[in-house]
Design a protein. Structure first.
Length: 239
């Protein structure tokens, strides 16, 4: 089995990762938070590549809903080979003006989502004695960013969680690594000012496909000795 679950697969980096991994022969489980109909176009595109694909919808901030959906899926189809924890949200605001819900929603989705998704999957992965987990953090989790105290906290938490988990599961041949993208050209960065792009040493945004290529590498057999690492893909930018 070479099934890979990608959370937040409907757009941006998640969508690019699904297409890239499908091109490399992986079967894909596409996740979105609500209506799977939004994944139909992507599902058909992946099917045309000759690999298997199915869709799941659940809110990763809802522990019970997430566990139910994942437990039912692996009961029917078996445990995944790879998991890409990509789903996340932003609720940017300067800290003095930040509302309680802006803090809670970001932490509950981005950080608690790590626990909610992996908790029902980790024992089946351990029993399978193999697996690849790729956690999408952010340059904001390494360096912080103005207006993103909540987001930076959640993404920094993911780095710590991934490093600790990598130590626990390494003897079962499961790798856990973090990717920390910088400015990537997705709908989440479409309003980034030109000055921010000029601050990138490579003088451009990255593409979702460049991040997807790194995810694909971390899924591969060639990356079998890489675990507990934080890998930046940021054009040399440090906020």
């Amino acid at each position: 089995m070479n099934d890979v679950l990608i959370t937040g697969a409907s757009r941006g980096i998640g969508k690019a990762a699904a297409l890239y991994l499908a091109n490399n022969g992986y079967n894909i489980i596409l996740h979105c938070s609500k209506d799977v109909q939004r994944l139909e176009g992507l599902k058909k595109e992946i099917e045309n590549k000759g690999v298997k694909v199915r869709t799941l919808a659940f809110d990763i901030s809802n522990r019970e809903e997430t566990a139910k959906a994942l437990e039912e899926d692996i009961a029917q189809n078996g445990i995944y080979y790879g998991i890409v924890l990509n789903a996340g949200i932003t609720r940017d605001n300067p800290f003095p003006a930040m509302e309680n819900n802006e803090w809670d929603e970001v932490i509950n989705t981005n950080l608690n989502g790590f626990y909610n998704v992996l908790r029902p999957l980790i024992m089946p992965l351990i029993q399978a004695k193999r697996g690849r987990i790729v956690v999408m953090s952010s340059i904001s989790g390494e360096c912080g960013n103005r207006g993103q105290v909540n987001y930076s906290a959640s993404k920094a938490g993911l780095i710590g969680a991934a490093k600790a988990l990598s130590l626990e599961v390494a003897k079962r041949h499961i790798t856990v690594n973090c990717i920390t993208p910088g400015l990537i050209a997705t709908d989440m960065t479409e309003n980034i000012p030109e000055e921010a792009v000029k601050a990138v040493p490579l003088k451009r945004m990255g593409t979702p496909e460049e991040v997807a290529s790194l995810i694909n590498y971390l899924m591969s057999e060639d990356a079998g000795y890489i675990t507990g690492q934080v890998i930046g893909i940021n054009g040399g930018l440090y906020l």
